[in-house]
Design a binder for this molecule. Structure first.
Ligand SMILES: *Cc1c(COP(=O)(O)O)cnc(C)c1O
Length: 405
């Protein structure tokens, strides 16, 4: 999955370019930077690689979501529909702009269930935020149709699906805006970083200003620049952008390895008839960062997880149902709306209401799922060994549970 696994001279070279000039900031210092503009170059490369008209780099994927929501004008009183299975950044970003995170169920795509989205729409709904979890995509045709019908904005969180596509379009470039994260464990990394992509110039200009204290970036005297609106500092540094610039050029290589290793492991697990795999709305477009598989019941999956752990072979596998970062059932801080700074009583009440709804439809999916992270460094022998060990555990548990049934 992560680009950090294949560190190379390319990353070192780009970082060194920046260290040679000593200009670590992306704006200004035009003379001393001697033509080195890593952040600008990476933004151009992102536009070229993903077919987005505009790209605004920021300091993280979370900052990218926050920036995109602000640029799209989402704030006080607005409801944003997001999945129950995602990363905590989804609700963090929504809350940080003062909007209401409305969690809804996921289906066997492990992403937003379009029927659940439809059912959650109210007059306050402003935006639908699908999260393309674990490398693959939400049903974008269905979600786009819903957004069109109800005049809602569509913001794609493609942080985990860099390089994935849907019907020929790159994930993250289909909605009104889309985001990637380049944190350390993503498909390509800057160490820390993120980007907002959009085809809308007005949205882009707002992202550009918002992520740098509202600066309009006109002229060459930062102190004299007007501030058309209030912003924050979500800037990326030149050092981080330099790493990303090396990594983005290696993305085709990373994706090819992921697809090959994913297919090899899937072939081994598919020999077990009780295993099923995640539904993928456009199988061609899976970025293959994870192999996502299901067993028939929660009990069987939990027994398999326990046995894999007992045998010391669970590393690189994720049982999200018990994972504090990714699934609603363990987000106690959200369920109780525990924040350091007071929310408005109205928002607090809504946060608690939406986080404590019935998510049994999601539970029925997530509790039967394990995601196996696909490494870029596996050899064919390692995949075979790993797959065969997993198959042995699953077969053992299935036969034991059949005996006790
Ligand atoms: C990683 C991630 C983010 C946030 O990215 P950071 O760069 O870590 O802030 C947001 N959404 C999803 C789905 C992610 O996996």
């Amino acid at each position: 999955m992560p680009g950090f696994e294949l560190w190379s001279d390319a990353e070192r070279k780009h970082v060194n370019d920046v260290l040679e000039t000593g200009i670590l900031m992306r704006y200004g210092f035009d003379g001393p930077r001697k033509g080195i503009w890593k952040a600008k170059e990476l933004e151009q490369e992102i536009c070229n690689s993903f077919g987005s008209k505009h790209a605004q780099l920021v300091s993280s994927g979370t900052a990218a979501l926050t920036t995109a929501l602000s640029a799209l004008g989402i704030g006080y009183g607005d409801e944003v529909i997001m999945p129950s299975f995602t990363f905590v950044a989804s609700f963090e970003a929504i809350l940080s702009v003062g909007a209401v995170p409305v969690m809804v169920d996921v289906d066997d795509t492990l992403t937003l269930d379009p029927a659940a989205v439809k059912a959650a729409i109210t007059p306050k709904t402003k935006c639908v935020m699908p999260v393309h979890m674990c490398g693959s995509m939400a049903d974008m045709d269905a979600l786009q149709a819903i957004c069109k019908e109800h005049k809602l904005l569509l913001l794609e969180d493609a942080c985990q699906a860099i390089g994935g596509t849907y019907k020929g379009k790159k994930l993250g470039t289909i909605g009104d805006a889309g985001t990637f994260s380049f944190d350390f464990v993503k498909t390509i990394t800057c160490a820390e970083g993120g980007v907002v992509m959009t085809n809308n110039e007005d949205t882009y200009i707002k992202c550009d200003g918002y992520s740098d204290h509202g600066h309009d970036h006109k002229g060459n005297d930062r102190g004299a620049e007007p501030h058309p609106f209030i912003g924050y500092n979500f800037r990326i540094s030149e050092l981080h952008a330099a790493v990303g610039l090396a990594q983005i050029k290696r993305l085709p290589e990373f994706l090819a390895i992921q697809k090959k290793n994913h297919a090899a492991l899937k072939n081994i697990l598919a020999t077990i008839p009780e295993i099923s795999f995640r539904r993928i709305p456009d199988a061609e477009g899976d970025s293959c960062t994870f192999l996502n598989w299901f067993l028939p019941t929660t009990e069987i999956m939990q027994a398999v997880v326990a046995e894999m752990k007992a045998q010391g072979i669970f590393g690189g596998n994720f049982y999200w149902f018990r994972h504090n970062w990714h699934y609603i059932n363990v987000w106690d801080h959200l369920k109780h709306s525990i924040t350091l700074n007071a929310l408005s009583p109205e928002l607090k009440e809504k946060v608690i209401f939406h986080a404590n709804k019935d998510f049994s439809a999601s539970d029925a999916i997530i509790s039967r799922n394990v995601s196996t992270a696909i490494s870029l460094t596996w050899s064919e022998e390692q995949i075979k060994e790993k797959g065969e060990k997993m198959v042995a555990v699953i077969k053992k548990v299935l036969s034991e549970m059949a005996v006790h049934a």
